[in-house]
Design a protein around this ligand. Structure first.
Ligand SMILES: Cc1cc2nc3c(=O)[nH]c(=O)nc-3n(C[C@H](O)[C@H](O)[C@H](O)COP(=O)(O)OP(=O)(O)OC[C@H]3O[C@@H](n4cnc5c(N)ncnc54)[C@H](O)[C@@H]3O)c2cc1C
Length: 317
């Protein structure tokens, strides 16, 4: 049976949803699933990973690993690779996973497959489907030669399934944690706002919302649906909202269950960040706006007329 090592990402002891998705996908591939979890004060998080399908959980619990550093975390994963000898290593394609996966691949001298949206295997070697040219096309790729294959999975594309059960938690010893570049403090922007990268529902505003004050309207719809607020680059560049909300090629790549684009034309660079959303709704005054080409539902209309009754109707429901 193939062995897949899954890098598990946590913040303040809370495991990211995208890591559960990575564990579940490893399980669906019929492999023995082994998790590796770096951090500090993470005993409870480690113990809970068994219910998601991790048979063994290697834990590196150390104050030096409280905050992410590429150097420290790649040391932990490399040590787990040495111990487990997996045929593949899965990462969630979050900002951390996108930083760590190529670094680890370079350290191990193996190939990496990034931003994967579908996987097949012949029992040993994985072949991945991944978007290229800002999502205009898909490439089918594999890595040649050496294992383990390093694979990062696009968040929210693969389902997370809690299976029940328990995994064996093992402390990872013999680590060299002499980290040269240390992160001293992490200050979260936006005080507790739901991150678009994690959200299951996103309502985004673009240049069509006319000004920063009208993000209140976008937020009212997002709040009614329990979702997060996203934005096009035009809105971010205009200074109407912070870059942490930007969706697209130079923003965040999202795959929520529902994406509502309000006053967004649908430029290719925006689509690159959201076209894998499960259901896309567009509200735009221009019936020829490119966003309608990929929308499942379209409303040709003025967002200032369309959104308020939508919010009322959702609240009533
Ligand atoms: C290298 C590069 C990287 C980029 N990265 C990104 C990225 O990450 N994310 C991103 O979004 N863009 C990105 N862009 C920019 C992208 O090309 C577009 O310029 C941008 O997405 C346009 O934003 P928008 O749709 O909000 O604005 P516009 O294209 O100006 O569209 C505004 C839309 O609002 C509609 N509208 C106007 N008034 C109303 C109303 N009252 N009600 C309803 N609809 C209305 C209009 O019909 C129009 O379709 C990038 C560009 C480059 C070159």
């Amino acid at each position: 049976m193939a062995k897949i090592l899954v890098f598990v990402e946590q913040r303040d002891g809370e495991v990211r949803k995208a890591s559960f998705q990575a564990i579940s996908e490893a399980k669906r591939q019929g492999a023995e699933v082994i998790a590796v979890l770096p951090g500090s004060g993470i005993a409870a998080a480690a113990a809970a990973l068994g219910t998601w399908g991790a048979e063994t959980v290697y834990v590196a619990d150390d104050p030096n690993l409280a905050l992410y550093s590429a150097e420290g975390y790649s040391e932990v994963v490399a040590k787990a690779v040495e111990t487990v000898q997996p045929s593949a290593i899965f990462f969630a394609g979050t900002a951390m996973g996108r930083d760590l996966a190529p670094r680890l691949a370079a350290r191990l001298g193996v190939g990496a497959l990034a931003d994967v949206v579908a996987l097949t295997s012949d029992g040993e070697v994985f072949t991945a489907r991944r978007p290229v040219y800002s999502g205009k096309a898909f490439a089918t790729a594999t890595t040649a030669g050496k294992t383990p294959q390093v694979i990062s999975l696009r968040p929210n594309v693969f389902a997370a399934e809690e299976l029940g059960g328990a995994g064996e938690v093992v402390a990872l010893d013999g680590l060299d944690l002499s980290i040269r570049a240390v992160v001293k403090e992490l200050i979260a922007a936006g005080g507790g706002e739901l991150d678009v990268a994690e959200a299951d529902i996103i309502v985004s505003g673009g240049r069509g919302i006319k000004g920063p004050e009208n993000f209140a309207l976008i937020k009212s719809l997002a709040d009614a649906l329990g979702g997060a607020v996203g934005a096009s680059r035009a809105a971010v560049d205009a200074g109407w909202i912070s870059h942490s909300h930007q969706v697209g090629q130079t923003g965040k790549v999202v795959s929520p269950s529902l994406y509502i684009a309000c006053g967004i034309s649908g430029a290719i660079q925006h689509l690159a960040g959201m076209s894998s959303s499960k259901v896309i709704v567009a509200i735009n005054t221009d019936p020829d706006a490119p966003i309608f080409k990929i929308a499942d539902y379209g409303v040709v209309g003025d967002l200032f007329d369309v959104i308020p009754p939508m919010v009322e109707a959702i609240k009533a429901l």
